[in-house]
Ligand binder design. Structure first.
Ligand code: HAM
Length: 466
């Protein structure tokens, strides 16, 4: 066996699990489209300075976790440059916003992305060195309404809708709080935060000696990170530290109140968590995290995000307040897998498995498969059904075993069936057996299309009735 393996912290995603990834991404794309988002694809590597200036030099992500290398010049006209695999996508999106002057039209920009990110963290369940994010950003010049609390609430409501549509329940007593929970906070404006950090540092000074080694270090280097500490003995000390809410100016306090009342109006449940300050430097005002207790263990943050009203200026761009989030797609998949039998989340891979009985049947079965794969489906406006073709040399038992793994339906064609111009079928879910002509089989496979048409007509009818 080869000793070449996927690098630590990276992994291959294989079928059938990739079908679940595709379903998640298709659902996200459909939801984003309904909320008016368009897709942006930025490069996987960027100038290292982008992350130093955007995400912050003192953050764990930038100081410890980046994959950075010196890219040598290949021609005299080129300069050597420090490049970095993107550890997150917000800085790249804002860089693209500035570079393409997306704000010049005065409109709000609503952009989403799906793609791999890279952080050299200690790998464990739900934490990888290459992981996937599904994220979105809403930003624009101030007159576009980018600063409004409505934007924050709309983004959060969209996330609740997406999780609902993916089948992740909201946490409740009925499900033992295993569903999703939204924690919300405001970290204030760029002037509120330094005042708070100074107060935190001062309050930590007399007590840090009693805290864990990590907290003692953080109290010096990055006091906000003390609030993330999970060591049980430190919790009481942390609970007694100053709260950011007491340092917000009037405008930030009012903004946060507006976000909460819009969420209440939309029925999105949340808990205000004064300790939620998040690990990236660009956040201002609203910050949030959705957690899930299903399948994630200690890495229970399903997604995180917040507002970044000063990021564009930090990168040398115009004023462009914004808010966004990134979902850890790997963690979303783990949650879905823990919530349900993964088989039930995955549609069978193909619509029908065709089994020729005897090698002589192979050519005509392949011809039937070709017809099924290419037939026009007028109601959907698409072509074809997905078909897997077996092999005439297989014993019938083997064909059934193979078929059941990949399709809900098997079609058998032997000498007799070919003479009678029929296909013998068995539906695995019900055990039902029947014979159909080729045309009838197409109709049978298209029965969901017909249901779809009926649904459309019923809606139109309801719509037009006076
Ligand atoms: P973040 O909190 O660093 O925020 O990451 C967002 C999500 O990515 C996390 O909640 C987690 O689900 C997932 N994630 C992070 N690191 C890993 C990892 N090593 N392995 C697996 N999943 C991981 C951001 O990245 C911001 N750019 C979000 C944002 C967008 N804020 C505003 N706009």
């Amino acid at each position: 066996m080869s000793n070449l393996k996927a690098v630590r912290g990276t992994r291959d995603l294989l079928p059938p699990e990739t079908a679940l990834w595709n379903r998640v991404e298709a659902t996200a794309r459909a939801v984003f489209a309904r909320y008016g988002f368009g897709e942006i694809r930025t490069p996987i590597f960027e100038d290292t300075q982008l992350f130093i200036r955007g995400v912050g030099e003192e953050t764990d992500v930038v100081s410890k976790e980046m994959y950075t290398w010196e890219d040598r010049a290949r021609a005299q006209s080129e300069k050597a440059q420090s490049l970095t695999l993107r550890p997150e996508n917000t800085a790249g999106v804002v860089r693209a916003y500035i570079e393409h002057k997306l704000g010049d039209a005065g409109m709000l920009q609503k952009l989403f992305y799906i793609g791999p990110q890279f952080r050299r963290e200690r790998p464990q369940r739900g934490r990888y060195r290459q992981f996937w994010q599904i994220g979105a950003e809403v930003l624009g010049p101030v007159p576009s309404g980018a600063e409004s609390a409505l934007r924050d609430a709309e983004v959060l409501e969209m996330l609740a809708t997406l999780l609902d549509e993916l089948g992740i329940p909201r946490a409740s007593e009925a499900n033992g709080n295993t569903g999703w929970k939204l924690a919300l906070n405001s970290v204030g404006s760029s002037t509120d935060r330094p005042r708070y950090i100074a107060a935190l540092k001062a309050a930590l000074e007399p007590v840090k000696g009693t805290m864990c080694a990590d907290c003692q270090r953080r109290a010096e280097t990055n006091p906000l990170r003390v609030l993330d500490c999970k060591v049980p003995e430190d919790q009481e000390t942390i609970d007694n530290l100053p709260k950011i809410a007491d340092f917000l100016d009037e405008a930030s306090t009012e903004h946060f109140a507006q976000v909460r009342s819009a969420l209440d109006a939309c029925g999105v449940p949340y808990v205000v968590d004064p300790r939620l300050v998040r690990g990236l430097d660009y956040y201002t005002r609203t910050t949030f995290e959705f957690t899930s207790a299903s399948g994630l263990g200690t890495q229970n943050a399903l997604l995180g995000g917040g507002r970044y009203d000063g990021l564009s200026e930090m990168l040398g761009g115009p004023k462009a307040p914004g808010i966004g989030f990134a979902i850890g797609e790997d963690r979303l998949i783990l949650t879905l897998q823990a919530l349900a039998n993964p088989e039930s989340l995955l549609k069978k891979r193909v619509d029908i498995y065709l089994a020729p009985l005897g090698r002589e049947q192979n050519p005509s079965v392949l011809a039937l498969a070709k017809t099924l794969r290419n037939v026009w489906r007028p109601i959907r406006g698409t072509r074809g059904f997905s078909v897997e073709v077996g092999e005439g040399d297989f014993r019938l038992k083997k064909s059934f075993e193979f078929a059941e793994k990949v399709a809900p339906l098997i079609g058998i064609i032997g000498e007799e069936e070919r003479a009678a111009q029929v296909i013998k079928l068995k539906q695995f879910s019900t055990g039902e057996q029947f014979s159909l002509s080729g045309a009838q089989l197409i109709e049978h496979l298209a029965k969901d299309d017909i249901a779809l048409k009926a649904l459309g007509e019923a809606f139109e009818g309801g719509h037009n009735s006076k």
